[in-house]
Design a protein around this ligand. Structure first.
Ligand code: SF4
Length: 614
């Protein structure tokens, strides 16, 4: 890299710290001593990427192998991107400053659908051909992992292989195969064929897809003995997985500016809208003792004064009280703040509220998701209005004065009454606060409701449903706005247009790759940011591809239809999803996995009973 040019560019962009590397925890190796160069690529800004736990874990596990050097790259922000394009500077890895095209493997993480165009932009900026079919022997292998791989198909044309499921050992296993293939002198195709034999690897070029006249997928045809479907990798013993207690410490402020310990993987609840709750099953947890030790090391190795517990539902941890007690035994004295997202409102006991209040004074967040009990039953949220109000009461009596509630709009079976009930529930919380004699004196309450647009996702019981549509969501947003009159309640929305494109990319098939390519060539990048997203651009990209946006995003799907994501197997059986869908339509709830197994199928997939040793 031309250092003079690089310094000139850095002087002209906002936040140059995004582009220089050199953070505490960075790993450098001698290029001549290693056998494989891997670049972990995060398709969003540095601040978002460095907040993602996957990067910390995989950076650590890949670099623990002496034969591999794993570096990092992020999507340059608009100003840097323009400078790089103007000067012909290729995208480079932060550690070595070498171009991404010099690497053996580029490993992108697909954390959310609206980052897909950034993957194309990062390849383009590295002068790596966008289409997998156009890459030659000298080009890197482009791999993708992360939760969106549960429907990899919209990205299938651009990706050489997908890592499905838990990555801690999978990424290293694939690198091991690639090293052996290099040593044997195998070509690109032969190498991908070898990789496809690793449990949890999907190589899309080894599958042909045929379509029915009505546009639906007819069948997947595996080639050259490729497995069908491809099973995701599951690590059953998360307690013993390597965890980076010497993580990278960003040298600028990032979105989640604190280290995290991963408390749980998977979820017992079965909320029917929640893709993460199904694709990370079975429920696995780390022992309180392990977590306390990891937390202590993390804080002392990094110098942070805040720690986050990461999980889908922290309050379901079987050793929650010992865990909190163990952490509080030193965090209070050392003035370390504990951040406890994902606490269920029905698990918020007065004792726990009191303990947590000792270290935390900001507001509380509750995921109510829907305004009426009927709709909460439809989505299997499993909490009642009474749970929510009593959780708020405990919190107010412990000194809290602000509550944030998360809701969704556009849920299956939702009526206008359900929408207005969001406002009514917020009002009940305001009224509750003022009815309490022992509320915090002289302070007013603030209730904020964040209302997102529900997007039906693969591997959930609502995969058969369509997105509610932009006009309908706008109508419902207006209805709710008019229904709420208290100034103690603030409402915020997610954008309905963005949701439509997210639904397209979440449920699309391989042909949707044409849309992605059109959108990218027309300037689409940073689609999850207001600065980047243009609905008109996406509409045009769909039109130019000769496809139908509503066919993908809004169409209801029959149980018999072959879905594009059936080429991969995340362990949740379709028969279970159908049963759950039918129960949802009748507003019937399903008990959580600890109370009763509902036969989702993951236990057969993993060869063990989920709660046999719990
Ligand atoms: S197999 Fe049963 S207990 Fe295990 S995750 Fe599925 S529903 Fe829950």
């Amino acid at each position: 890299m031309d250092n003079l040019l690089f310094n000139k560019i850095l002087n002209r962009v906002q936040k140059p710290a995004r582009y220089v590397g050199g953070e505490i925890g960075s790993i450098y190796k001698d290029k001549d001593q290693i056998k494989l160069r891997f670049c972990f690529c995060f398709p969003d800004s540095y601040e978002v990427g460095m907040s993602c736990q996957a990067i910390q874990i995989l950076y650590h596990t890949l670099n623990s192998d002496d034969r591999i050097w794993c570096e990092r790259a992020f999507m340059p922000w608009f100003d840097m991107l323009k400078e790089m394009r103007d000067c012909g500077l290729e995208l480079y890895a932060l550690e070595s400053k070498d171009s991404l095209k010099d690497f053996d493997v580029l490993g992108f993480t697909m954390q959310y659908e609206l980052s897909y165009t950034n993957i194309l932009a990062m390849l383009d900026l590295s002068n790596v051909p966008l289409l997998a079919s156009q890459r030659g022997e000298k080009d890197p292998i482009v791999a993708c992992g992360g939760p969106c791989c549960c429907n990899p198909e919209p990205m299938a044309d651009f990706v050489d292989l997908f890592f499905l499921g838990d990555g801690e050992r999978l990424n290293n296993d694939v690198c091991d195969v690639i090293i052996r293939c290099k040593e044997k002198g195998l070509n690109r195709h032969e190498t991908l064929l070898e990789c496809s034999k690793v449990n949890g690897v999907y190589v899309p070029s080894l599958y042909e897809v045929t379509y029915l006249e009505n546009g639906q997928v007819e069948k997947y045809h595996p080639l050259e003995g490729a497995p069908m479907p491809v099973r995701r990798r599951v690590e059953l013993d998360v307690d013993s997985l390597p965890y980076p207690v010497n993580p990278l410490v960003p040298s600028m402020q990032v979105i989640h500016d604190r280290p995290s310990v991963e408390v749980l993987r998977g979820c017992i609840r079965g909320c029917r809208f929640c893709q993460a709750g199904f694709i990370y099953r079975p429920f696995r947890w780390k022992k309180a003792n392990t977590l306390c030790n990891q937390a202590y090391s993390l804080i002392h190795n990094t110098g942070y004064d805040e720690l986050s517990l990461l999980s889908l539902s922290t309050s379901d941890h079987p050793e929650l009280e010992p865990l909190i007690d163990g952490l509080l035994s030193w965090t209070i004295d050392e003035k370390v703040n504990l951040s406890l997202p994902s606490m269920r409102v029905d698990a918020f006991s007065p004792e726990l509220a009191e303990k947590i209040r000792k270290v935390r004074e900001s507001g509380l967040t509750f995921a109510a998701e829907a305004g009426t009990q009927r709709l909460r039953n439809v989505i299997n949220k499993g909490i009642t209005e009474e749970n929510i109000l009593s959780g708020c009461k405990e919190a107010f009596e412990s000194g809290y004065t602000s509550v944030k509630l998360y809701f969704m709009m556009g849920l299956p079976t939702e009526t206008d009454e359900d929408v207005c009930a969001i406002g009514d529930l917020c009002q009940s919380i305001v009224d509750l606060y003022y009815s309490l004699p022992n509320r915090p004196k002289g302070r007013s309450v603030s209730v904020s409701a964040s209302v997102s647009c529900f997007i039906p996702k693969p591997d959930t019981p609502f995969e058969f449903c369509g997105y509610a549509g932009i006009d309908e969501l706008h109508r419902k947003q207006k209805l709710l706005r008019e229904h709420v009159c208290s100034r103690k309640i603030s409402l915020s929305w997610h954008d309905a247009e963005t949701g439509e494109i997210e639904a397209l990319l979440a449920k699309g098939d391989r042909r949707v790759g044409r849309i992605l390519l059109n959108a990218y060539h027309d300037g689409a990048i940073f689609d999850s940011w207001g600065e980047g997203f243009s609905f008109e651009r996406w509409e045009k990209a769909v039109r130019d591809a000769g496809l139908d946006l509503r066919f993908y995003a809004e169409r209801e799907r029959s149980f018999e239809e072959t879905e594009p994501w059936e080429v991969v197997d995340y362990g949740i059986r379709k028969s279970f999803l159908k049963r759950e869908y039918m129960k949802a339509m009748n507003a019937e709830v399903t008990l959580n996995c600890r109370q009763q197994c509902s036969g989702c199928g993951i236990n057969q997939f993993c060869g063990r009973e989920c709660f046999a040793n719990d």
